[in-house]
Every structure is written in structure tokens, then in C-alpha cells.
Design a protein around this ligand. Structure first.
Ligand code: HPA
Length: 285
């Protein structure tokens, strides 16, 4: 999906209208299930108080089936308490080559479909020697080294805000506090977002550590920028799928990321379910 900012917003508006029409009205919260989180779907569906309904993403304007390993291609509608939730089972990454607007299309379309908050999940390499592979952490801030912004180009069309978006407190303190009530011992991380699809060199990881990064991955940061531009509240969770390059004894592979995700799925799914229930009860989404 290339094209201008205005075209990207027009397509997201079309997609938002299609989502509202397919699922009978507005939703409140988008949850993006990234690498290692796809298996949370069944646990979230079981927590729904309405029958879950699903739409293949390729039927929604501007979406394409993800090509990344372990990423599904469904948009699923569930209800947690009073909160209508859209679950996107997989995302588009910059490295898939569809352009930056395709990467953030899910977030923008969900906004157009009524969502005022987003929970982003990902699998990531871990730079902290004391944090365990297979554990989940909250993201408290990011470093965007993708070399891209979803706001490059002309100012977004009216009525959307201008392109100079404040990213101070991009990861909502309020939502993190609610998540910490469910998981008091959860670590908080700075996530470094890179273009990929190659993994990093050990020297890049040493540089990242010296800049204050705790986790490294190939997603999330552009979606956060797009979400903040639309004034959406953001919560983000990383699953540590491997020690970052040069820190562990095993070579890095996409298959390892998926395998650790599968192994961690019951814990990650339960955490995500409990966080969604807490967000609904706290009435913050
Ligand atoms: N680096 C970048 N992206 C990743 C990693 C990593 O080590 N693990 C999972 N996604």
C-alpha cells in the first residue's frame, strides 16, 4: 500500500466503515496479536461474553494477509464486560515491503471503527540478562530506529491532527498501572524498533544496550506513533522470545521465536485476558 497520507486516511476510513458494518457498530479497543501471542486467541475468545465473530482481513479494504511466520489473518470481534474488542491476529511489518501506511492500517482502521485504545503485543529479543526468555514485559517507551514515520508527507487531512505528534508518555501510565495490578512483578522495558527482517549483529545489540534499550524487535513503534497521532491510549506488551544477538549461546531464528511463543502461550494468553478484564473494570478503555 503506497500512496499519499490523504489516500491512506481515506482507505482507513473505508476499512473502518466496513468493520462497523460487518460487526454491527463500534468497538472500543483494538488488540494486535503479534509473534508469540497468536495462541492467546482461544483464551480471549473463551473470556468473551458474546459469541466471537471473525472476518478474514483480506475482505477489509487495505488489508492483506500477513506474510510473517506465525501471523494469522483474521479480525475477530469479542466482548469483555462492557468493552467491545477487536482482535487482529497478526500484523504487517515494514520488512514485508508494503510501506509504512500498510503497517499502521490496522490501528487507523480500528480508530475509524470507534476504538479509542490499543493493546499491541509482540515477540522480541531481550537485552536484559536477568529477564527470562518466555516472560512478558510491559513497554514503557521506545526508540524508533526503523528510519520511518507513518506521518511522513503532507499533513494528515482534516479533521485529523497535524503531523508533529508528542510522544512523551506515548505508552499510557494509566493503562500500565492497571496492567500492573494484574501482574505486580512485571518488568517495564524500553523497546528498540528496527526495520528487519534480519536479526541484529552483536555490535548493534551492544550499541542498543548503551542507549537504554531492554528489548529489540521489528514492529510496534510505527503503530504507536500512528495511534498517538489519533490520540488513542496505548498499552504494549513484549514476549521475550530469545536473548538478543550475541547474548545467548543459540543462533537466532524465526522458528525459535514461534516455538518460544507456543510454549509461553498459556501464560501469555492468561495475562492478556486478565489485563483486558482489568482495563474493562477500571473503565479506562
Ligand atoms: N531481534 C529482532 N526482532 C526480534 C527478535 C530479535 O532478537 N526476536 C523476536 N523478534
Amino acid at each position: 500500500m503506497s500512496g499519499t497520507v490523504a489516500e491512506a486516511f481515506a482507505l482507513a476510513e473505508k476499512a473502518g466503515a466496513a468493520i462497523k458494518s460487518a460487526f454491527d457498530g463500534k468497538h472500543h479497543l483494538l488488540v494486535v496479536l503479534g509473534s508469540g501471542w497468536a495462541d492467546s486467541l482461544s483464551m480471549l475468545e473463551s473470556a468473551s461474553t458474546t459469541p466471537s465473530r471473525s472476518l478474514p482481513v483480506h475482505e477489509i479494504p487495505g488489508f492483506a494477509k500477513p506474510t510473517a511466520l506465525g501471523h494469522g489473518g483474521q479480525l475477530v470481534s469479542i466482548t469483555i464486560g462492557a468493552t467491545r474488542v477487536l482482535l487482529l491476529t497478526g500484523r504487517t511489518h515494514l520488512y514485508e515491503g508494503r510501506g509504512v501506511h500498510a503497517v499502521v492500517h490496522g490501528v487507523r482502521s480500528a480508530h475509524m471503527a470507534g476504538c479509542t485504545s490499543v493493546v499491541l503485543t509482540n515477540g522480541a529479543g531481550c537485552l536484559q540478562p536477568r529477564w527470562k526468555v518466555g516472560s512478558a514485559v510491559l513497554i514503557r517507551d521506545h526508540i524508533n530506529l526503523t528510519g520511518h514515520s507513518p506521518l511522513t508527507g503532507d499533513n494528515p487531512p482534516a479533521p485529523f491532527a497535524g503531523r508533529f505528534v508528542d510522544l512523551t508518555d506515548a505508552y499510557s501510565r494509566e493503562l500500565r498501572e492497571v496492567a500492573k495490578r494484574v501482574a505486580p512483578d512485571i518488568e517495564e522495558a524500553v523497546y528498540l524498533g528496527l526495520h528487519g527482517p534480519h536479526f541484529e549483529t552483536p555490535s548493534e545489540i551492544r550499541a542498543a544496550a548503551s542507549w537504554g534499550a531492554d528489548m529489540v524487535g521489528m514492529s510496534t513503534v510505527l503503530e504507536v506513533i500512528a495511534a498517538r497521532h489519533l490520540a488513542m491510549n496505548v498499552l504494549a506488551l513484549s514476549l521475550a522470545t530469545n536473548q538478543a544477538a550475541g547474548l545467548g549461546s543459540e543462533p537466532l531464528s524465526g522458528e525459535e521465536v514461534i516455538a518460544v511463543g507456543k510454549e509461553a502461550a498459556p501464560r501469555a494468553g492468561a495475562l492478556l485476558r486478565d489485563v483486558l478484564v482489568a482495563l474493562d473494570r477500571a473503565e479506562v478503555v
